[in-house]
Design a protein around this ligand. Structure first.
Ligand code: MEV
Length: 441
């Protein structure tokens, strides 16, 4: 059977599903039932979700959890997290509680500059291009007035435009490298609109620039697009306390705990196999809040990992030290986030998540997200260097395994009780279910 189709996007939703179930599923009715099971019974709400993207056939649920008791710069937050990984919210909540009684988290935004580039090709005299750029720069900015008007009224807009020579890398390759302040908006549409206008002005003005030869007048625009690498849209979050206050880590003294903990961070600073997993744990916290607040987690991921490699090796995003008996653990990361525009004013759950966070500005959200990453890393390293990760992880994963075996409520209660005092590995859970059900393996 032909599995390709023309004009799929023009079909109605139900016709799309008809085609999919007939073409790709032998058990047609079951596939259709599952897809429809996730439709919202409120038609208007469903339509809103249908219209977020093209070819929507159903909704894809992720749990939205909350991690309470986060004390950040003296203010208490309950942090919304959209994530499927069983132990992440529990780990966050634990870290939040641990630090709430030790002064909480401190966070500060270091800078909020965003970047966009017009990539273009110019074959000719570099000095003439410099002169042209200096002449045209005010017009580049002026021509975006209609786009930047409102942003400027609020205190943001274009910060600067530079001409960058990249001809050592690629023949004839130059950039307009522009920086922006987009305030509470993530700013992708704003930046891209400005860049496309820059490109147009650049091209048309070059054709009229008297010093250029006919060949030099033919600037070729390659593309105009924001950069998701935002090393100057930076936030720092930290926790600190006296070493002696770090009691409560099993049989370890506070000094032993701190020394193991700092060594674990150090390993992630120097060893990239470990650094990737270490940072992945940080992103468990970051992505979950970024997603819950309707922000673009792919942009954040790309920018954060590039930042983690900025010194030529991929390294830890967090750092730790002891100085004068004070333990400090911190993170510094680039985060381009918005609290207005995009999904933030469309998705009812995103609006609710932002309300839960007391309607943060984008600067406040940067701080909250950085804290969520730091907390997650603290929880992971604390487990890894004390009990090991599986104890807590399997405790949270237990319900998933029980659900795979269609455990009844009664079976769940009995087995959760059982695994309070037994190590929960996958095979131990399976054995316990079988025993409970009177089966021997
Ligand atoms: C699992 O999702 C995250 C961890 O592997 C992070 C880490 O190793 O630091 C536990």
């Amino acid at each position: 059977m032909d599995k390709t189709i023309d004009g799929f996007s023009k079909l109605s939703k139900s016709k799309k599903i008809d085609w999919i179930v007939n073409t790709y599923f032998s058990n047609n009715e079951n596939a259709r039932r599952i897809l429809k099971q996730y439709w919202n019974s409120d038609d208007k709400l469903q339509q809103l979700h249908d219209e977020f993207i093209e070819n929507t056939i159903t909704n894809y649920y992720l749990p939205l959890g909350v991690a309470p008791n986060f004390l950040i710069n003296g203010k208490t937050y309950i942090i919304p997290m959209a994530i499927e990984e069983s132990s992440v919210v529990a780990a966050s909540s634990k870290a939040a509680k641990f630090w709430a009684s030790r002064g909480g988290f401190k966070a500060e935004v270091i800078s909020t500059k965003k970047v966009g580039q017009v990539h273009f090709i110019f074959y000719g005299d570099k000095n003439k291009l410099d002169q042209f750029f200096n002449t045209v720069k005010p017009k580049l900015i002026r021509d975006t007035n209609a786009i930047t008007k409102n942003m400027k009224l609020r205190g943001g807009g274009i910060l600067d435009i530079e001409l960058r020579d990249k001809t050592e890398a690629i023949k004839g390759y130059y950039q307009l490298h522009a920086t922006f302040e987009t305030l509470n908006a993530m700013g992708a549409n704003f930046i891209n609109s400005c860049l496309e206008q820059f490109a147009q002005t650049l091209k048309t003005e070059a054709q009229q620039f008297k010093l250029f030869s006919d060949k030099e007048k033919q600037i070729q625009i390659v593309m105009s697009i924001l950069s998701n690498y935002v090393p100057e849209c930076l936030v720092r979050a930290e926790v600190s306390c006296k070493v002696e206050d770090l009691k409560g880590n099993g049989s370890l003294s506070p000094e032993e705990f701190v020394s193991n903990f700092i060594r674990a961070v150090r390993i992630a600073e120097v060893e990239h196999y470990r650094a990737v997993t270490h940072n992945k744990g940080i992103m468990n916290g970051i992505d979950a809040v970024v997603l819950a607040t309707g922000n673009d987690f792919r942009a954040v991921e790309a920018g954060v990992h590039a930042y983690a490699s900025r010194n030529g090796i991929y390294s830890s995003l967090t750092h730790a030290k002891v100085e004068n008996g004070i333990f400090t653990f911190w993170i510094e990361i680039p985060l381009a986030l918005g609290t207005v525009g995009g999904l933030t004013s469309l998705h009812p759950l995103v609006k609710l998540a932002l309300e839960l966070l007391h309607h943060p500005t984008s600067r406040e959200l940067m701080q909250i997200v950085a804290v969520a990453g730091l907390a997650q890393n603290f929880a992971a390293l604390r487990s890894l260097t004390t009990t090991g990760i599986q104890k807590g992880h399997m405790k949270m994963h237990l319900l998933n395994i029980l659900n795979q075996f269609n455990a009844t409520q009664d079976e769940k209660e009995q087995l959760i009780e059982h695994f309070k005092t037994h190590v929960a590995t996958h095979s131990a859970v399976v054995d316990a279910i079988n025993t409970l059900r009177g089966k021997s393996e």
